[in-house]
Write a protein that binds this ligand. Structure first.
Ligand SMILES: NC(=O)c1ccc[n+]([C@@H]2O[C@H](COP(=O)([O-])OP(=O)(O)OC[C@H]3O[C@@H](n4cnc5c(N)ncnc54)[C@H](OP(=O)(O)O)[C@@H]3O)[C@@H](O)[C@H]2O)c1
Length: 329
């Protein structure tokens, strides 16, 4: 496969190269792509240096697959150009996610919807992916009605500039700000931009994307997204109201048997998911599983995953692997 990685110099792009190598993705030719600022710079893949090219050059090289993580505007403008050149695009930005003509895919849940005609495929938002990985198998059995989620999101979710801001603050150095306020020793109830309804765009992604992925609008999601000074992954406090009563042991069993989900839940040994341990792992970790004692048929849990891996690079590459395995590309 001739593979273009668009945004190869960014946080997600860098992890993308690492995950492609780790999973031995069948790359016969790698095309790292970034903005004009980076053309000529090198990135390393499997010990070899590759020169970064611009978007125009990359399209003319007609890759089989292009893995995009270069922001929504780049995707809106360039994904169709790649698709017209015969390339299948898997896009990490929010550009195509809610477009009814595009599939929004978490491979463990709905990769079977993909066909050869899908030339631009959307990767869900990082905080959505870890949420639906845990919700989908529970919904199947107990039928959820309403989800209330509060996120505790890593600065790595904002990109290189935000990680640098936190590092500068820790080192006591003045520098460029990714956020309107300091992030060290702080919590910002502000992920992505504010919308007219008072929610942020990140919160509305959490509200809308799960319904599309599960192809089911019979449940609703209410979200509050908060940025905190962690780097290893996003955490989520999740309250789920089901239509049917559940057995807590069965909830644990279902989650334990779900591919890609790891249950870490033992209060006697202080075992629960945390971003520093989820860091650099592909699994979604679930713990603090307990009944909401204030309301019937309702569950509380804590979900953590590395936003750059399952939340972005790994999920994208799993989609590409599915396309290859099923001869859809
Ligand atoms: N971070 C996450 O957890 C996460 C998770 C899921 C999805 N995403 C999405 O993935 C995308 C990238 O996120 P990130 O965190 O990796 O950001 P980042 O660290 O800021 O990197 C952005 C990348 O995009 C490239 N780029 C920017 N403008 C471009 C342009 N006009 N043409 C070509 N390339 C351009 C940059 O190239 P230069 O180095 O040349 O500027 C860089 O490689 C965003 O759409 C984001 O929403 C991020």
């Amino acid at each position: 496969m001739k593979v273009a990685v668009v945004g190869a110099t960014g946080m997600v792009g860098e992890v993308m190269l690492k995950v492609l190598a780790e999973r031995n993705f069948p790359v016969t030719e790698l095309i790292p792509v970034a903005s004009e600022r980076s053309v000529g710079k090198t990135v390393t893949y499997k010990g070899t240096d590759y020169k970064v090219v611009g978007l125009e050059t990359a399209v003319s090289m007609r890759p089989d697959i292009a893995l995009f993580s270069a922001g929504g505007d780049t995707s809106l403008e360039w994904a169709p150009k790649f698709a017209e050149a015969g390339t299948t695009v898997v896009d990490n930005s929010s550009a195509w996610r809610m477009d009814p003509s595009k599939k929004l895919v978490v491979p463990e849940i709905n990769a079977n919807e993909l066909t050869k005609d899908d030339k631009i495929i959307a990767n869900p938002n990082c905080s959505t992916i870890q949420l639906v990985m845990a919700l989908a198998p529970l919904h199947k059995k107990y039928n959820m009605k309403r989800v209330v989620v509060s996120t505790y999101q890593s600065v790595s979710g904002t990109g290189i500039k935000a990680v640098k801001q936190l590092e500068n603050e820790i080192a006591g150095v003045e520098g460029e700000m990714a956020y309107p306020y300091p992030i060290g020793r702080n919590a910002l109830p502000h992920c992505d931009v504010f919308l007219e309804n008072g929610y942020t765009k990140e919160e509305m992604k959490l509200a809308k994307e799960p319904q599309k992925i599960l192809n089911d609008s019979s449940f609703s999601v209410s979200a509050t997204a908060v940025r905190i000074p962690t780097a290893g992954g996003h955490s989520e406090s999740v309250n789920v109201q089901f239509e049917n009563d559940f057995d807590l042991a069965d909830i644990r069993k279902i989650l334990s048997e779900t591919p890609g989900v790891v249950v870490q839940d033992n209060t006697e040994t202080n075992s629960y998911p945390m971003p520093i341990y989820a860091h650099d792992k592909d699994e979604v970790f679930v713990g603090r599983i307990r009944r909401d004692e204030s309301q019937a048929n309702t569950l509380n849990m804590w979900i953590v995953a590395d936003n750059l891996r399952k939340g972005a690079a790994t999920n994208t590459i799993q989609i590409a692997e599915y396309l290859i395995e099923n001869k859809l590309v």
